[in-house]
Design a binder for this molecule. Structure first.
Ligand code: 26W
Length: 826
């Protein structure tokens, strides 16, 4: 197919953009330009831009139904953290100048409208943001793709900090309406729950099953078209919304049963009321299982319907469609697709299994045992009786294969069975995925090795050919072009703009490593970003920052394994040094942000500790000349876009072997921060790219941690006794130095480190073990910062070598090794 230049369509419609804006203001919103609020103008502009995007969708759709040689990528994910779309779409459509001119006529600037959009926070953290970056890359590269998820009424909670504590508030992201989605009620499907599985004999005398006496809910799709940079092709993000079949039961109402009259409506609304705010911690909640089944069933019916329309048969489903499971959360896709093929389409088991296992692929995102989904068998059986039966059959057949491959090895059967026997029988979703998928991938080299050697070891022995690595990436469109305009401009002036769609182009920046004037300009860009952040913090929190100080930033979900605790213990150490008269050579600002799961006690206590230390440090007239500590509330995609470009130092300090990949680490690198990090996740690959002189690595390695755990030889109490610095810090925490009103408050942190009071072992994340190495490494960073030329040089090298960490590279690898799809335009 010959390519229509992407700009051509835009150019034509651009002439009408002004008219379109006024049209939407007057006729969609019924407002006039004289009295309309800025919010109304934001909506009018968004609708005008959305029209351009709708054209792209119609074009993409015609390709979907005319090109049967293109396999469609289906990314099933409980989370898509897409953030704001207005500016993203303006940049992708390359209409910024035009939009600015249009707004100027109304005395408006784009930057005044952008913040009026609510973040679509339909995700928790890394896994959800990765899904959003992937859709951006798929559209930009020109592959056909659908993302499937839930239209949560409430996204991830908004975080307030009150008296140093996290407080959660609901995120009613649609309260003003949302301009970027298109409801598609005509494409609704029915999703079933409960009931029972019934045996019957079909017309040919075959024994068959059917799922009967079910409770049914309608699933209505709402589509957001995700634009790509300079691309005619859009990705479709399809959000499913539950709706009652009968919203109001008049018969019950007549009888005076108001509750019963609206019972179905309430049930439907309940399902997708809220995104579960757990990150890396599994909770076996019935409602969560309903959510998983709801969107997976709707997505599969949609995929099946589309394939039949394109090919007239499901025999070759895997030729037209591929389904990627974003962790195990959508694992019910496996029994659901089997059910459709067996019970509704009349396939026999063998052919159905062949179709399923050639269509579905699985990505694992965590090795933390407490994050692995294991549904209670009775719960699953009650809610999805037919699926449960199918899982039993999958398991029976699979265990036969295991017994054949490892004769007499009972332990293999116990380890690999989809069911975990015990007081309450459980269904291990990672095992289900590993059995049924044709591909199993981890998200960094180290993570994939850990999967092969421990978490999924037995599956690796059985199916080595299924395993592969796909190191994560981030989209440079959002994480540089959009979030850091002065850096994007500097780069484009120096090497042209091809980096926007080919991040390896950044290598050309190495030409400027010895160009002091270029390095100065890079320093000025960093300063601009620090000022922008300082302004935000001053306006929101009333805290004044010194932009000459080194900005040292740790932003991510709060979790013990990510070790915000190590960071704050080190801050306390610096505080002690200053009080002892040992003054640091450079002033530093330590910035934290991140949400804790509402039920995660330790993480919430760590937030309180950070805020308590911040108060003492910032209010000390001497200490605050050298260090400041800030906790920025409500970390989300939009805030990340302001915080990350302002970093001099990026904190990536998880216990080695715990962070599957990390993607924040990549965003910081792309924006010229220097990383202090452990040999964990993708940090290892960042080290490979920049070389040891350009990244600050510290701490124990994954195998050392592994060994210390295995041999039970780690003794944090010994470290406490031997190391006066550490003892002093921990005693301050224990005795309430930072919280004199409530001196016992942080005792649990102390006791967890030394005695493992709330954990399987003392200091299970090796905070004390890594402390000295961390503090020494910080001293090196402090030295380097005093030499701006050297610092900026390393900063530039980090940018120049960040090409590998584009999600475009990641997507091309998924395409080549797993999805085997082709671009619309070759
Ligand atoms: C069922 C509860 C639950 C919820 C979310 C368990 C596990 C999760 C996710 C797997 C957590 C997550 O976001 N993992 C992150 O995925 C990123 C993208 O691959 C990685 O970069 C992070 O290292 C990993 O923690």
């Amino acid at each position: 197919m010959t390519r229509v230049p992407a700009t051509k369509r835009t150019q034509k419609s651009l002439e009408n953009l002004d008219e379109s804006f006024i049209h939407h203001l007057n006729h969609t919103l019924a407002e006039d330009s004289a009295s309309a609020t800025t919010l109304a103008k934001y909506f009018a502009l968004s609708y005008a831009i959305r029209d351009l995007i709708a054209d792209r969708w119609l074009h993409t759709k015609s390709i979907i139904f005319n090109r049967r040689d293109l396999r469609i990528v289906n990314y099933l994910s409980m989370e898509f953290l897409i953030g704001r779309l207005l500016y993203n779409n303006v940049l992708n459509l390359k209409i910024e100048k035009h939009v600015e001119e249009l707004l100027e006529k109304y005395g408006l600037r784009l930057e005044d409208l952008i913040p009026l959009e609510e973040d679509a926070a339909l995700g928790n953290g890394g896994l959800g943001r990765l899904a959003a970056c992937f859709l951006d890359s798929l559209a930009t590269l020109g592959y056909l793709s659908y993302g499937y998820t839930i239209r949560y009424q409430y996204g991830l909670f908004k975080q307030l900090i009150e008296n140093g504590y996290q407080k959660e508030e609901p995120d009613d992201w649609q309260k003003n309406g949302y301009p970027w989605e298109f409801p598609k009620p005509e494409e609704a499907v029915v999703v079933k729950f409960f009931g029972r599985s019934e045996v019957y004999t079909d017309e040919n005398g075959w024994l068959k099953f059917r799922w009967v006496d079910t409770y049914n809910v309608i699933a209505v799709p709402y589509d957001i078209y995700i634009t790509g940079y300079n691309s005619e092709i859009v990705s479709v993000l399809r959000l499913w919304q539950p709706k009652a079949i009968s919203e109001f039961n008049f018969a019950e109402f007549e009888k005076g049963n108001y509750e019963k009259a609206v019972a179905e409506k309430n049930f439907a609304e309940k399902i997708c009321k809220v995104l579960y705010p757990n990150d890396a911690f599994y909770q076996g909640r019935e409602l969560r299982l309903m959510q998983e089944h709801f969107f997976v069933s709707a997505a599969l019916q949609d995929i099946v319907r589309r394939h039949k329309k394109r090919y007239g048969t499901l025999d070759n489903l895997y030729e037209g469609e591929v389904i990627q499971l974003n962790d195990t959360h959508p694992a019910l896709a496996i029994p659901e697709l089997m059910r459709i093929l067996l019970d509704e389409e009349g396939y026999g088991w063998e052919k159905a299994w062949e179709i399923v296992s050639k269509t579905i692929a699985y990505t694992n995102h965590t090795v933390m045992p407490e994050a692995l989904e294991k549904w209670e068998a009775p719960l699953l059986q009650h809610m999805l009786p037919r699926h449960y039966q199918i899982i039993e059959e999958i398991n029976a057949r699979f265990l036969k294969d295991v017994a054949e491959k490892f004769p007499g090895n009972l332990q293999k059967i116990v380890n690999m069975s989809i069911f975990e026997e015990g007081h309450i029988k459980k269904v291990r979703m990672a095992n289900l995925c590993s059995v049924a998928s044709f591909s199993i991938n981890g998200v960094s080299q180290l993570h994939t090795e850990i999967l092969k050697q421990s978490v999924l070891k037995d599956f690796y022995e059985m199916y080595p050919e299924k395993f592969n690595n796909k190191t994560n990436g981030v989209t440079q469109r959002r994480w540089l072009l959009e979030s850091n305009p002065p850096l994007a401009r500097l780069i484009t002036e120096a090497i042209g703009d091809r980096w926007i769609t080919d991040l390896y182009e950044l290598r050309k920046l190495e030409m400027f490593l010895d160009d002091t004037s270029f390095l100065e300009r890079l320093g000025a860009v960093k300063r601009w970003n620090k000022e922008r952040l300082a302004k935000y913090i001053s306006e929101k929190l009333g805290i004044t920052l010194d932009v000459d100080s080194m900005f040292d930033i740790q932003v991510k979900r709060i979790h013990e394994y990510k070790r915000q605790l190590l960071n704050i213990l080190h801050v306390i150490h610096l505080y002690n040094e200053i009080r002892d008269g040992k003054l640091p050579e450079v002033p530093r600002t330590f910035i934290f942000a991140g949400k804790s799961a509402p039920g995660y006690r330790m993480a919430k206590l760590i937030i309180k500790l950070i805020n308590s230390v911040a108060k003492v440090v910032n209010e000390d007239p001497v200490v605050s000349k050298y260090i400041r500590v800030v906790f920025v509330p409500n970390y989300n995609v939009s805030l990340a876009q302001i915080i990350i470009p302002a970093a001099n130092v990026s904190e990536q300090i998880s216990t080695a072997g715990t962070e599957a990949s990390g993607t924040g680490n990549m965003k910081f690198m792309l924006n010229g921060a220097l990383t202090i990090g452990t040999l964990d996740g993708a940090n290892i690959e960042m080290l490979e790219e920049v070389g040891a002189e350009n990244i600050f690595i510290f701490g124990l390695k994954a195998d050392e941690i592994e060994e210390a755990k295995r041999k039970g030889k780690y003794n944090p109490f010994g470290i406490y006794m031997d190391n006066v610095k550490i003892r002093r810090i921990l005693d301050m925490i224990r005795t309430g130095y930072f919280n004199p009103d409530e001196p016992e408050l942080f005792v649990d942190i102390f006791e967890n480190l030394l005695y493992g009071k709330y954990a399987p072992m003392p200091d299970q994340y090796f905070v004390l073990a890594d402390f000295e190495s961390y503090a020494e490494t910080h001293k090196k960073i402090e030295k380097l910062y005093q030499n701006p030329v050297e610092w900026n040089k390393k900063s530039l090298l980090n940018i120049a070598r960040s090409g590998k960490f584009s999600s475009d590279r990641t997507i091309e690898e998924y395409i080549a090794d797993i999805w085997k799809s082709k671009k619309v335009y070759e």
